[in-house]
Design a protein around this ligand. Structure first.
Ligand code: FES
Length: 362
């Protein structure tokens, strides 16, 4: 459900980005409680009347048990991005934004131990919330951050990260890599690709002792970091990823995802498949039109169905495949354990059997 929140501050973060702070009214604070790493879904009506939804990670620390009195998100202008251009050029204090309560499973639950993150560009946003929360609430925790930007001017939340360094000099380790500036040549200069990370990480920290790794940024950075961590024998279950800039993502079709109960024989892309979906305890059904995803088919009868990016990235449309078989066009949101458990992204799923059933409530 969307709520209207007032813009309390808009602060420039370099030429192409802003930090937007939203006031959370007293009666909504509990509903907007969040875990570090979660995002807000914003709804915006473009000039031509189209409804847009965009996810932006919260960068505020999650330290108030009553829920936040305000929330800050970072918005970077994307090429052709209608909402991001509006936010960077015109959003002003006193405006309101239509906002869904925090969601997302790229999260950190604070506990003692060692955490490391590798970020590229605006991927710093959720990780700033993770680092500031963990260091504030767990005196025994340590955080290592490797952040990468093209130039110093591109960096978002540079001052906020520097403040963490000042406040926790023994527990917060920072490596800032600028990929297009020779001035900063040094061990961490240049791209954070797999080769560089393979050498850099063991020199920086005891890799085997890191309890959780968080990777957040564009596809190239995530692929390289995953490869390096695999080569350094980091167990897969310790690595969490969130992709930024979905438009750069390649389509990587998944293999067929099967539910425990088959929905008839697999036919290849099933024409006229029937979909049953459960959402907020109510079930309904209808045909899946030619070329439609399961989310498109659900939205026809249930406009309240959850989604944001429609690009296989945010995971908002996750649902359990109860019956049948589907193929996903791309998946940058679900981990392999979730796929094994039968979860799919409705916005990327196309039916392979004449009957499919989804449950959005699990
Ligand atoms: S709506 Fe974002 S993954 Fe489906």
């Amino acid at each position: 459900m969307f709520h209207e929140l007032r813009v309390e501050a808009v602060e420039r973060q370099g030429p192409d980005a802003v930090a937007v702070t939203l006031a959370v009214p007293e009666d909504l604070r509990a509903a907007f409680r969040f875990l570090p790493g979660q995002h807000l879904t914003l709804r915006h009506r473009a000039e031509d009347g189209t409804e847009l939804r965009r996810n932006y990670s919260i960068c505020t620390p999650a330290t108030d048990p009553d829920g936040p009195a305000d929330l800050t998100i970072g918005i970077r202008r994307l090429p052709g991005g209608v909402f991001s251009a509006h936010a960077v050029e015109r959003l002003a204090v006193g405006d309101t934004l239509s906002v869904m309560p925090p969601a997302g499973r790229f999260t950190l639950v604070p506990k003692p131990g060692r955490v490391a993150a590798i970020t590229g560009g605006s991927g710093i946003t959720p990780v700033l919330s993770m680092a500031s929360t963990l260091l504030a609430v767990e005196p025994e925790a340590r955080f290592t951050l490797l952040r990468s930007e093209r130039t110093a001017a591109d960096g978002m939340f540079v001052e906020e990260v520097a403040e963490l360094k000042d406040r926790y000099p023994d527990r917060f380790q920072l490596v800032h890599s600028l990929t297009r500036e020779d001035l900063h040549a040094g061990p961490a200069s240049g791209r954070l690709d797999a080769d560089r990370l393979r050498t850099l990480l063991p020199a920086l920290l005891p890799v085997a002792d890191v309890d959780a790794w968080y990777l957040c940024g564009p596809p190239g950075l995530i692929d390289g970091a995953r490869t390096a961590l695999g080569d350094l024998e980091v167990p897969r279950e310790r690595v969490r990823t969130e992709l930024y800039h979905p438009d750069d993502a390649r389509d990587v079709p998944t293999g067929p995802v099967r539910a425990a109960a088959p929905g008839g024989e697999t036919t290849g892309p099933a024409r006229g498949a029937m979909l049953t979906a459960t959402l907020d305890g109510r079930s309904g059904g209808g045909p899946v039109g030619e070329g439609e995803t399961l989310l498109d088919a659900v939205l026809r009868g249930r406009p309240d169905a959850p989604y944001a990016c429609k690009g296989g990235v945010c995971g908002t449309c996750r649902a359990l495949l109860v019956r049948g078989e589907v193929r996903m066009d791309r998946n940058y949101a679900l981990e392999s354990e979730e796929l094994d458990a039968g979860f799919v992204l409705a916005c990327q799923s196309r039916p392979l059997t004449p009957e499919v059933e989804l449950d959005f409530d699990r």
